[in-house]
Design a protein. Structure first.
Length: 201
């Protein structure tokens, strides 16, 4: 029986994106993501570590998974706590994995012949097929509610909805790898629903 697990994410949008990706595979897994997620309020590994150490002291056998953007860090952060695994995206931001024109179009419920999304992404991301370009892209800004894509379309993008609209063959290997970890750690007979002091669910 897998031990109870707590999932640390940087913010509500990250949680919504992860929940969207997992929903296509399993409603139970999506529910587990929402129920076990602790929001750090940014790339704050220290907050995850202190919370996990305190929670593990009260709950022996507790395991944790902390999902972080790479941001401007070249490597995964050092240090940790026994039982807490740290996952860092190879790209700068989790949002970059949503830059799939067909999925964005489905999420916006645009007709197939509407080519605005593809044109906008070509305009702002001319080298979309180049992993190096995507690795360093500021996708948070590009897909934000006030970013160029939302402004051109005349409405904000619901990132969790885009994640839900993505098909299995549209998922990057980083995403598929994390989903496998989440399945292993969260789809257990027992999962921990955390109520962290000072941290938001």
């Amino acid at each position: 029986m897998p031990p109870p697990t707590v999932l640390y994410v940087e913010g509500p949008r990250d949680r919504d994106i992860l929940e969207g990706w997992t929903r296509a595979a399993s409603v139970a897994l999506a529910r587990a993501v929402r129920e076990t997620a602790v929001i750090l309020g940014g790339r704050q590994l220290g907050r995850a570590l202190s919370h996990f150490v305190e929670a593990a002291a009260a709950r022996p056998g507790l395991r944790g998974l902390c999902v972080l953007d790479r941001d401007d860090e070249a490597e995964a952060p050092g240090g940790g706590a026994e039982g807490l695994e740290i996952f860092v995206w190879s790209r700068r931001h989790i949002e970059s994995y949503l830059l799939v024109p067909a999925a964005i179009q489905r999420a916006l419920r645009l007709p197939e012949h509407d080519g605005r999304v593809a044109r906008l992404l070509r305009q702002h991301l001319p080298n979309a097929a180049d992993e190096g370009t995507l690795r360093d892209l500021d996708a948070k800004r590009l897909l934000s509610a006030t970013g160029p894509i939302a402004r051109a379309l005349g409405r904000p993008l619901a990132l969790g909805r885009i994640a839900r609209a993505m098909r299995a063959d549209e998922l990057h290997g980083d995403v598929s790898g994390l989903l496998a970890k989440l399945r292993e750690k969260l789809l257990a007979p027992e999962v921990l629903v955390t109520r962290a002091t000072g941290l938001r669910r």
